[in-house]
Ligand binder design. Structure first.
Ligand code: APR
Length: 246
């Protein structure tokens, strides 16, 4: 494996699946049980804020019991031991990368454990249920608190920083994402345009698998630690998750 200097890693719901967090588009995924239009758009929140709060309150409660899995731990180890830069850009709103020890993490779709005040713009650490009756601790106004998550139709966070990192990376990894939601689904093309080697690590071929130089398929908890071992030169690949040569 060649030496890489600057690594950008896009993660999606699949990296947290083995921690017990539901993915979105797999069989029994979140979007098979809920409608995006009813719980994950600004219009949904205007029409029925209580329903949207219930949806995220439930996910926040479930989050209290989840722990990072070996895939999160391997990426934290990569950040610690790699001599160059390692940046994780996650679409996930869980805090499992941080819980595993990763520090250089961008939450492009926001964070479940934060609230955003629509009245004053404050972003506040938040562990409890949200409701329309609560007052914002920063400005005191009632009814403006919402989950600090990016809904469909809203602009993801930190796009300038992400574009800058993609434009200078030499290795781009995409882990546990179906590659269906833009702008994240377009990052592989940006990284390739910058000359990066691109690798998909996913349970199965994603929609965009043909865009990658290399693809390794299997459960993240197995294939990510094996790939990180290879990158760090700490040992031979375990054999799990055969490269599919896409
Ligand atoms: N290991 C690796 N990959 C897995 C595993 C696993 N154990 N389990 C599932 N996967 C893969 C699935 O095969 C699928 O390709 O993870 C991917 C999850 O895809 P999605 O459910 O579409 O999740 P994601 O790509 O993160 O969704 C993007 O869509 O609804 C929005 O805002 C939400 O951030 C989310 C965005």
């Amino acid at each position: 494996m060649p030496q890489f200097e600057r690594i950008v890693i896009l993660t999606g719901a699949g990296i947290s699946a083995e921690s017990g967090v539901a993915t979105f588009r797999d069989k029994d995924g979140i979007w098979s049980r809920y409608s995006i239009d009813e719980v994950a758009t600004p219009g949904a929140f205007r029409r029925n804020p209580a329903l949207v709060h219930d949806f995220y309150n439930e996910r926040r409660r479930q989050h209290a019991g989840v722990r990072p899995n070996p895939a999160h731990a391997a990426l934290a180890r990569l950040e610690r031991e790699h001599e160059g830069e390692v940046l994780i850009v996650t679409q996930n709103i869980d805090a499992l990368h941080e819980a595993a020890g990763s520090r250089n993490v961008i939450h492009m779709h926001g964070e479940l454990l934060k609230a955003l005040c629509a009245a004053c713009g404050a972003r506040l650490p938040w562990q409890e249920d949200l409701s329309t009756e609560l007052a914002c601790p920063a400005c005191g106004r009632t009814g403006g608190l919402r989950p600090d998550v990016v809904w469909f139709g809203e602009m993801p966070y930190h796009m300038d920083r992400i574009a800058e990192a993609l434009g200078r990376c030499d290795l781009f990894l995409s882990i546990g994402t179906s590659g269906t939601v833009y702008p994240a689904a377009g990052f592989v093309a940006e990284a390739r345009a910058a000359g990066a080697h691109t690798v998909e690590l996913n349970l199965e071929p994603s929609d965009g698998v043909s865009l990658f130089h290399e693809a390794i398929h299997g459960p993240a908890g197995t294939i990510v630690p094996a790939y990180v071992d290879r990158l760090l030169g700490a040992g031979a690949p375990s054999g799990a998750g055969e490269p599919s040569g896409a």
